[in-house]
Design a protein around this ligand. Structure first.
Ligand SMILES: Nc1ncnc2c1ncn2[C@@H]1O[C@H](COP(=O)(O)OP(=O)(O)O)[C@@H](O)[C@H]1O
Ligand SMILES: [Mg+2]
Length: 369
């Protein structure tokens, strides 16, 4: 296994910059997810590690060695593609053993190793079939087996679960999680599915338009999103974001917006800096930190727009006076009716504030202030 490093890597296609000055350091044995919307540069980044794409500028290091100009086959990496990329005319055993064949291993050794890996992935009884004769989930495991059959320094995954149905996807995700903990492999895993990234990653790199906007462990990304973009991308449903106007009054700050009441907050150094740039801020609060309340203090008011029963919990969404929506995750027993006037209350410590540019305002005492 080995570490991977991006040093100011840029990739342009003509005048379009797909990956823009990315710096990224992935430790030996880490499972890093590149998370972001379609088109943000995830696959291009992965293909540059594999050597299938050459950076326009910058360096890529594997295990401390500059591999920027190195041929893919000399990098000792394995890649699992979104569409599995199995050879249709080869049976499952030959598909799995293919990387060994390329490297000139004997038929006997190839067979033994394919059988071993297939056993681990529970496809050992399918070895003589063709890809067209097995299910999507089994094809996915075949492509995973092919990636694992030969020891690699780094394993690359490009949305490997996206073609599976919901149930199989969860099962495969659990399996990958187990495998990584078990093998301690260095893995870089591309996904646009935030739940997948949260479940698998030791660290998540959130990408937006070719740049990394935050790189941190999943819980840190969830609790302290660096920007409104991250806050809105991570979590299902995502963090509620409400524009507010801030006014300093002595040592405190009063936030106001239609239907929102919030007790004055202490004027922290972070808030002071944000207010110097302008009075418009964004108040963020996660659905699970909202509850239906009668209290006016620290709450958001509106009219109930939707009530989605999820079993023990329900997602209830209000429409605010400006037609924007706020969603709360509540116990289904806390009954509310669509059309009713409601208030969602929150504890002030669960509020995240973002400045006019959408950057999170740190709280007093946090590192960096
Ligand atoms: N070979 C290429 N030529 C031109 N544009 C490309 C090429 N590959 C990718 N792009 C563009 O670069 C951007 C990032 O693509 P990609 O890395 O595939 O995004 P993601 O995997 O995050 O969806 C997209 O706008 C895509 O259209
Ligand atoms: Mg992609």
């Amino acid at each position: 296994m080995a570490s991977v490093e991006f040093r100011s890597v840029t990739k342009s296609f003509g005048s379009f910059t797909a990956v823009d000055h990315v710096d990224l350091s992935i430790g030996d044995g880490e499972f890093v997810c590149l998370l972001g919307p379609s088109g943000c540069g995830k696959t291009t980044s992965l293909r540059m590690i594999a050597g299938l794409e050459t950076p326009s500028s910058g360096q890529i290091l594997i295990g401390g060695d500059d591999v920027t100009g190195l041929h893919p086959k000399d990098r000792q990496i394995s890649m699992v593609f979104q569409d599995y990329a199995l050879y249709p005319h080869m049976n499952i055993a030959d598909n799995i053993a293919y990387p060994l064949k390329v490297r000139g291993e004997s038929q006997e050794k190839r067979h033994a190793r394919a059988q071993e890996v297939a056993g681990v992935l529970k496809i050992g009884d399918l070895l003589s079939r063709l890809p067209s004769q097995i299910s999507g989930g089994q094809q996915q495991r075949t492509s995973l087996a092919r990636a694992l059959v030969y020891p690699s320094r780094v394993y690359l995954f490009d949305e490997p679960l996206s073609n599976l149905d919901a149930k199989l996807r969860l099962e495969a995700r659990g399996f990958l999680n187990h495998l990584q903990r078990d093998m301690g492999m260095t893995a870089i895993y591309v996904t646009h599915d935030q739940a997948e990234a949260m479940a698998l990653a030791t660290r998540i790199a959130v990408m937006d338009r070719g740049r990394i906007v935050q790189y941190a462990p999943p819980i840190e990304i969830y609790r302290r999103p660096a920007t409104t973009f991250v806050a809105n991308f991570v979590g299902n449903p995502p963090m509620n974001l409400v524009p507010v106007t801030a006014r300093a009054e002595g040592d405190s700050v009063r936030l106001s917006a239609d239907g929102v009441t919030l007790a004055p907050l202490p004027l922290s150094a972070g808030l002071k800096a944000a207010l110097a740039a302008g009075p418009t801020l964004t108040l963020g609060v996660r659905p699970e930190h909202l509850s239906v309340t009668e209290e006016a203090d620290n709450s958001i008011g509106g009219k109930l727009f939707a009530n989605e029963n999820m079993g023990p919990e329900s997602l209830v969404t209000m429409e605010r006076p400006d037609a924007s929506r706020v969603t709360a995750r509540i116990f289904t027993d806390d009954h509310v009716e669509v059309g009713e006037t409601v208030r969602f209350g929150f504890a002030p410590e669960h509020v995240t504030l973002f400045d006019g540019a959408g950057t999170r305002i740190p709280r007093d005492g946090e590192a960096g202030l």
